[in-house]
Design a protein around this ligand. Structure first.
Ligand code: FAD
Ligand code: NAI
Length: 475
């Protein structure tokens, strides 16, 4: 017998589970279907983010950073560390525990908000005049009927032709988060977000890491000045980043992976790695959705086609998160999920794409919001720039981490903040102030006039805002 709901959400990643909770808060009856299985075969809601993305990567980044501090950073504080050792098994176990806590947390939130959860695959089974039939296949098959459907089926790692993931030698993000012995030589294809974060994790615990990147510029989407500074710092730490490479044959065997490539000078190279992480972007996931059963339109790259409001070509069917256009970020998926739930309930949900922050959790961290200097130049916008180095910040000196800077870009005439770019300690937290300021269309002077606690890293934000008007106080 089919079960009727106001809203059925397919996928319980950050886009789907947040949409389900918000819709339930607004008084709608909601079902959420997710097929992710934990090691025991049980439900593991939270999607890529919780299971093989944001959460486990940040757990390993934290652990490996502690290890690196203990190995190289404590000495200057007068703390000696003899017989330092790494228990990789325990480090991975801690990460798995954190993932499980998040999975369980989402199941609890579903109960608390009266969202009915179905563990299995959801696919379109048919359409009547004003409703959709969704089939749940899995251990407990079911059929659901709803007038409103939210597709939040996420994304999968992009494979490199000729080098399929085996998760033993050739690793996607899934394998990269679960290597059971520190590789002596680790190769990474793609110097993007995953390549730099996972490359940092394994370098910190002892691997020699080589990153092969096709683009001639490092982090081309990041403000050039910030990207150059980040590159300098990451290379100094020991990441061997080769830009402008052209990949050739990749062959894996029982003991490792051989990679042939041309370097930026066009010279033929060959390198042998114990493991190879391939992180060259992600592709939208509509596998198993049976989109064709109801005529759901996809674009030429496989994304579900949506308008600015996340409406698909089918009445009552919406799509959010990685499976639609826009940045593949958990908080972007969440914002879209909330906005769609509110629209279904007759409210006016809104997502401001100009103020979505980005963070790369290397050390130092890289964070930004708004336009880069190269974008403003290309658009012919007249702007003023102000920078402030963490070297001149008292809290950064006390922390023992003075790398990087904060940079403001403001409109030359109105002083409105157009972009804020940071590389340095804890900038994942500092960027929030810039997001708030931009959301309220603040001027650089507004930040410059606000009292910031002393000593704090946030004073670098205030000083960079002062620098726009060429009147820093501490530099
Ligand atoms: P997903 O999280 O992919 O969830 C989709 C869910 O739908 C999955 O659980 C899947 O099993 C389920 N599903 C798919 N099809 C069906 C079906 N037919 N039936 C039932 N269930 C189905 N973003 C950040 O903002 N910050 C970070 O620090 C960050 N770190 C990352 C690190 C890594 C290594 C990776 C890979 C990604 C990271 N991301 C990060 C990106 C982030 O994980 C994604 O942007 C986010 O998970 C997208 O959310 P989503 O809900 O759209 O999809
Ligand atoms: P990415 O798009 O960040 O980087 C991919 C890199 O691979 C690019 O620099 C690209 O030029 C390069 N590349 C592509 N093809 C190549 C080839 N054939 N040879 C060599 N280099 C090649 O993608 P990534 O790192 O896979 O991450 C996917 C997405 O996941 C990110 O874009 C981001 O949206 C999300 N993510 C977000 C994180 C965060 O917010 N901190 C962390 C990790 C992932």
């Amino acid at each position: 017998m089919s079960q009727q709901f106001d809203v059925v959400v397919i996928g319980a990643g950050p886009g789907g589970y947040i949409a389900a909770i918000r819709a339930a808060q607004l008084g709608l009856s909601v079902a959420c279907i997710d097929e992710w299985k934990n090691a025991a075969g049980g439900p593991a809601p939270g999607g890529t983010c919780t299971n093989v993305g944001c959460i486990p990567s940040k757990a390993l980044l934290q652990s490996s950073e502690h290890f690196e501090h203990a190995a190289h950073g404590f000495d200057e504080h007068g703390i000696g560390m003899d017989n330092l050792r790494l228990d990789l098994g325990k480090m991975l176990e801690r990460k798995n525990k954190i993932v499980k806590q998040n999975n369980d947390g989402i199941l609890f939130l579903f109960k608390k908000n009266k969202v009915t959860f179905f563990h299995g695959r959801g696919s379109f089974a048919g359409r009547s005049e004003d409703a959709y039939a969704i089939k749940v296949s899995g251990d407990k098959p079911a059929e659901l009927i709803a007038k409103q459907v939210i597709i939040a089926t996420g994304s999968n790692p992009r494979e490199l032709p000729g080098a399929p993931f085996d998760e033993k030698r050739i690793l996607s993000n899934t394998g990269a988060l679960a290597i059971d012995a520190v590789p002596e030589n680790l190769g990474v294809i793609g110097a993007g977000v995953i390549g730099l974060e996972m490359g940092s994790v394994w370098r910190r615990v002892g691997a020699k890491v080589t990153v092969l990147e096709a683009m001639p510029a490092f982090l081309a989407a990041v403000d050039e000045q910030i990207a150059k500074e980040a590159q300098k710092l990451l290379v100094k730490q020991g990441l061997d980043i080769k830009l402008g490479v052209k990949l050739g044959k990749i062959s894996a065997d029982d003991s490792g992976v051989s990679v042939e490539y041309e370097n930026a000078k066009g010279e033929a190279q060959s390198q042998r790695f114990d493991r190879l992480i391939i992180s060259i972007g992600r592709v939208p996931n509509t596998i198993g959705l049976d989109a064709e059963a109801v005529g759901l339109a996809l674009d030429e790259r496989g994304f579900v086609k949506v308008d600015d409001d996340c409406k698909t070509n089918l009445p009552g069917v919406w799509a959010v998160g990685d499976v639609v256009r826009g940045p593949m970020l958990a908080h972007k998926a969440e914002e879209e999920g909330v906005a769609v739930a509110e629209r279904i309930a007759g409210q006016h949900g809104h997502v401001n794409f100009n103020t979505i922050p980005w963070v790369i959790y290397t050390s130092p961290e890289i964070a930004w919001v708004g336009k880069t200097e190269q974008q403003l130049k290309a658009e012919g916008v007249e702007y003023k720039a102000g920078t402030f180095p963490f070297m001149a910040n008292g809290r950064a000196r006390a922390l023992g981490d003075t790398s990087g800077m904060v940079k403001f870009l403001a409109d030359a005439k109105t002083d409105e903040i157009l972009g804020v770019h940071m590389v340095g300690p804890m900038v994942s937290e500092l960027i929030a102030e810039a997001v708030v300021a931009m959301e309220f269309r603040a001027a650089a002077e507004d930040i410059a006039r606000i009292c910031h606690a002393h000593p704090s890293l946030s004073e670098a934000t205030k000083e960079a805002a002062l620098a726009v008007d060429k009147r820093t106080l501490n530099f």
